[in-house]
Design a protein around this ligand. Structure first.
Ligand SMILES: Nc1nc2c(c(=O)[nH]1)N[C@H]1C(S)=C(S)[C@@H](COP(=O)(O)OP(=O)(O)OC[C@H]3O[C@@H](n4cnc5c(=O)[nH]c(N)nc54)[C@H](O)[C@@H]3O)O[C@H]1N2
Ligand SMILES: Nc1nc2c(c(=O)[nH]1)N[C@H]1C(S)=C(S)[C@@H](COP(=O)(O)OP(=O)(O)OC[C@H]3O[C@@H](n4cnc5c(=O)[nH]c(N)nc54)[C@H](O)[C@@H]3O)O[C@H]1N2
Ligand code: SF4
Ligand SMILES: [Mo]
Length: 879
């Protein structure tokens, strides 16, 4: 008898849940509860490519740390009692204090269907607009800038414009790390067309600069001045597009403001500015890409307007290879804007303050009470929680105790709030810890829905695995609360498909009112068609499908014309001698925000394992800060402790720290506790990139490193910890040296009576302890008076192994070479192997390194690091 051949499961097409590039993913269930992930070759965003985070999706799906049942004050309860409690409390607060006493704080990572339901409930049924989203911290200035210029929040271009352009300008955007697949598309286009030019504008020298012909290390906050100088030069060189300008109002005042701008504000060498303006004016096909370096500012909206002005003045918009391009951060930042996620918008790009728009939505929803005034924007919302105006808040799919400015004040506000509900996939977050009610949400891969990427392409996320425990879809939880509040008929969808169809139908009404967002071509979509939906770019209705906007004008303003806006750049604040440094903040390649998902994949923890701050060598020398020292960064709002990275990537007086570390992953590394709540007056977006801080060396009396099979505890002093393949690793330090290292270690590892092997070197002040279970290593602690030089990856890999005696030496034996820090996270290739291959002459190019070691051949995110290593080696070689 011949056995049936094993069934090969079909891959399921879905979409990556991380950045706004919105890559298509082919996920194949492995039959063991996991999935195997590949890039979808048919998805228009990525055509098969994935970055390191997308490639590691399969490793993030384990159920450790998952929230699997509803909880009230920490105790498990049934869904019925949790939902009754939430609906009852919200209704009571509304009855006693009015609808504005409740608030929802939601996220650009929710699926469109979830987001639509949250908005419908708050704006159309509770009758308040106190719903805002973390997109306020992210895209609000772009939204406001688009609406000022175009009348609607429209991203005019497509990704292929970056490939078709002759010049791509990237400002305030570290594309190599934050939109890696779009960066790869750009890099590929540039190597195919060597005439193409790339300019990067960033106060920091980022990984993206590796692709740049020109890097402008601009003074922080001065982009509006630079683009004003460009606008004046466009006019002076006769590059205004007078034909197109018949479609645009406001040239004269914008030009006057531009001519009045002092180029010195940019801090740039005049020669560099001249090269930039010459390149920009000389290339008709120019795309200006921008992101958080532009948006996150007290004048973010003006920054955006200054960029849009240059494209409007030259008519370089909406045609192949041309246009301003605001890249969205979160996977569904664009979708959130479509459903009206911001406190001043309605669904389908309609405006809350426009009575005609309001009436149309109200009649479509058959809603009893529509919000009439914009609600509180994120920073004001948490202030209203703090001062008691808001008495109940529901936080969904975001972690504001880490990501909001004034993060400690946000924590205090939630602590003081009478009723806090959090929907999350884990209870291990700084925000979830402050919830009265915790609701378990289904995660990526467990639910159905859609998301819209930076180029307006709507793609399906599909269920790959059964939902674990009692987790439910975010939209369903919202609808079940709405039903219990008495709004049942309006929230009675059987599935996500029905919500999508309703949203599409409403977009047709919006289209009739002049909205750009019209997908009414899908209004009657049946469940099966939704199941089969392939990626498409909006708009999609009877008259139009996909494509670019504004090539021939036709703006969504009352007179149909675009608007240039006069921008008067802010003068920089004088330096504050008590807080002489400017703290710039942002992202690293392999982590996603507050790390609740990416840090579950050990290989993503290897690229940059510890919270750090970049410091210019001149500042470090002046303050006596050495390589690998710990430093304190602080101001009146608080203080964090980070590892010094001394580098010329930052300018003197500037610091850069990543935003990813939380109270879960480090003792004191939530950088947003230092960011004041100063916002752009138009968009309400906080200035997250320019906190004023002081810097000093952390006076550590001892340093430590630990590896452990189980999650180590949280001792006093400094620590940061992350997951490894075999367990955990941890960095430690403190100002007071513990008297009794054995007691300290037992406490740290919760190994009360265990007897370790101990090595001490009294002369050098070193103490090392290793705990075994039988022959296997279960924990080890290394301590000394200075930062420790150890083979960290080697030690982390010894957990669970019959560890060699050398484990206490902290270095590997001959047959277990130490890889060094991992550069290529996808193929797990470490620095030492790469250096050896280069030094031996076996690899003389990035391609040869790939052929030899595999490094850089999957997602490509590390290729810039590889070429830097090669460059350094070749520079040393005799000619
Ligand atoms: N790996 C990874 N990728 C991500 C994310 C992630 O968490 N991890 N998050 C996603 C999200 S939500 C977002 S919003 C995007 C953000 O994507 P980006 O905006 O590209 O990322 P950031 O690192 O926040 O900031 C970009 C750059 O702005 C620079 N900058 C600071 N001040 C100024 C200034 O005054 N002028 C100029 N020109 N530049 C300045 C910073 O030095 C930094 O290099 O990334 C998305 N992609
Ligand atoms: N200083 C500084 N601060 C910043 C920024 C900066 O550049 N500098 N950037 C800002 C920007 S642009 C952004 S976008 C924000 C991001 O900041 P946040 O949105 O706060 O960060 P995340 O870690 O993405 O939070 C998402 C939360 O949702 C949970 N989650 C995951 N999947 C699901 C799900 O399916 N359902 C539900 N209900 N929950 C889920 C995760 O576990 C996590 O707790 O940070 C902002 N803060
Ligand atoms: S670039 Fe990376 S993180 Fe962004 S969507 Fe694509 S695979 Fe996901
Ligand atoms: Mo973002």
């Amino acid at each position: 008898m011949i056995a049936d051949p094993p069934r090969i499961p079909e891959p399921i097409r879905t979409t990556c849940p991380y950045c706004g590039v919105g890559c298509g993913v082919l996920a194949t269930p492995d039959g063991l509860g996991g999935i195997v992930v590949k890039g979808d070759p048919d998805h228009p965003a990525n055509r098969g490519r994935l970055c390191s985070k997308g490639s590691a999706l399969g490793e993030t799906l384990g159920l450790h740390d998952r929230l699997l049942s509803p909880r009230v004050h920490g105790a498990e309860v049934s869904w019925d009692s949790a939902l009754d409690l939430v609906a009852g409390r919200l209704s009571r607060v509304i009855a006693e204090h009015g609808p504005d006493a409740v608030a929802f704080y939601v996220s650009g990572q929710m699926l469109t269907e979830d987001y639509y339901v949250a908005n419908k409930l708050m704006k159309g049924f509770i009758g308040s607009a106190n719903i805002d989203t973390n997109s306020r911290l992210c895209m609000a200035s772009s939204v406001a800038g688009h609406r000022r210029a175009f009348g609607t929040d429209t991203v005019p271009g497509l990704y292929e414009d970056l490939e078709l352009a002759d010049l791509v300008v990237l400002t305030g955007a570290n594309l190599a790390w934050c939109h890696p697949v779009l960066y790869q598309r750009l890099a590929a286009a540039r190597s195919a067309r060597p005439d193409m030019r790339v300019v990067v504008i960033d106060p920091r020298r980022t990984a993206t600069c590796d692709l740049a012909d020109l890097h402008l290390p601009i003074s922080p906050g001065s982009d509006a001045a630079l683009f004003n100088v460009l606008l004046a030069a466009i006019a002076d060189r006769g590059a205004l597009n007078t034909g197109y300008l018949t479609q645009v109002n406001g040239l004269e005042p914008a030009l006057r403001a531009a001519r009045a701008t002092d180029p010195g504000l940019t801090g740039l060498d005049p020669g560099l500015i001249a090269r930039f303006t010459a390149l920009w004016i000389g290339a008709e096909k120019v795309v200006t890409v921008y992101s958080q370096g532009i948006n996150q500012s007290t004048h973010g909206t003006d920054n955006v307007s200054a960029i849009l002005n240059c494209h409007l003045a030259t008519g370089r918009i909406g045609r192949p290879g041309m246009g301003p391009f605001s890249v969205t951060g979160q996977p569904n930042a664009m979708g959130g804007r479509e459903v009206g996620g911001l406190a001043n918008m309605l669904a389908c790009h309609l405006e809350l303050e426009n009575p005609g728009h309001r009436a149309a939505v109200q009649s479509f929803w058959a809603s009893p009470t529509m919000a009439e005034r914009p609600g509180l924007k994120a920073v004001d919302m948490f202030r209203a929680v703090a001062d008691g105006r808001i008495k109940a808040i529901w936080i969904i799919h975001t972690n504001p105790v880490v990501s909001m400015p004034e993060a400690d004040l946000v924590a205090a506000a939630l602590q003081a709030c009478p009723f806090v509900v959090v929907s999350d996939v884990t209870d291990q977050t700084d925000t979830a810890r402050l919830a009265h009610v915790l609701l378990p949400a289904q995660a990526w891969g467990e639910k159905e829905g859609t998301a819209s990427n930076s180029e307006r392409t709507i793609s399906r996320q599909r269920r790959l695995l059964p939902a674990p425990g009692q987790a439910r879809e975010d939209w369903r939880i919202l609808a079940q609360v709405a039903t219990r509040m008495g709004f049942g008929p309006a929230f009675a969808w059987p599935d996500a498909a029905a919500i999508f169809a309703e949203h599409a139908a409403l977009s047709g009404i919006a289209g009739g009112l002049g909205s750009d967002f019209d997908i009414s071509g899908l209004a009657g979509l049946a469940a099966q068609d939704y199941a089969d939906l392939t990626p498409f770019t909006w708009p999609r209705h009877a008259r139009r499908s996909g494509g670019r906007f504004f090539a021939t004008g036709q703006f969504h303003t009352p007179d149909g014309r675009g608007r240039m806006i006069p921008v008067t750049p802010e003068r920089p604040e004088p330096r504050d001698p008590g807080h002489p440094f400017r703290l710039n903040t942002g992202r690293i390649r392999d982590q996603w925000h507050t790390m609740t998902r990416t840090a579950r994949a050990p290989r993503l923890n290897q690229h940059l394992a510890e919270p750090f701050v970049e410091i210019h060598p001149a500042d470090a020398t002046r303050l006596g800060i050495g390589a690998d020292d710990l430093v304190q960064v602080g101001n009146a709002l608080g203080q964090v402790i980070l590892r010094a990275q001394i580098t010329e990537r930052v300018q003197p007086g500037d610091l850069f720290a990543p935003i990813h570390w939380t109270g879960e992953t480090a003792s004191a590394a939530r950088v947003d506790i230092l960011v004041p709540g100063a916002v752009d007056p138009i968009s309400g977006q906080p200035a997250s990139k320019s906190a004023r801080v002081a810097l000093a060396r952390y006076p550590a009396a001892w340093h430590g490193f630990a590896v452990s099979a189980r999650k180590p505890g949280e001792p006093g002093g400094y620590w940061s910890r992350n997951r490894t393949e075999a367990g955990w690793r941890m960095e430690l330090a403190g100002t007071d040296r513990p008297e009794d290292w054995l007691a300290f270690a037992r406490d740290l590892f919760a190994l009360n009576d265990a007897q370790p092997s101990i090595v001490t070197d009294a002369r050098r002040g070193l103490v090392r302890l290793a705990f075994h279970d039988g022959p296997r290593l279960i924990a080890a602690l290394y301590t000394g008076p200075a930062p420790l030089a150890l083979a960290r990856d080697f030690l982390a890999a010894q957990i669970g192994q019959p560890a060699p005696a050398q484990v206490l030496a902290g270095v590997p034996t001959g047959d277990q070479p130490d890889q060094g820090p991992i550069l290529c996270a996808c193929l797990n290739v470490g620095l030492h192997r790469i250096q050896a291959a280069i030094a031996s002459g076996q690899a003389r190019s990035v391609a040869e390194l790939g052929a030899l070691l595999g490094a850089g051949t999957n997602c490509g995110s590390c290729r810039s690091d590889l070429s830097a290593l090669l460059g350094r080696h070749l520079a040393r070689e005799p000619a």
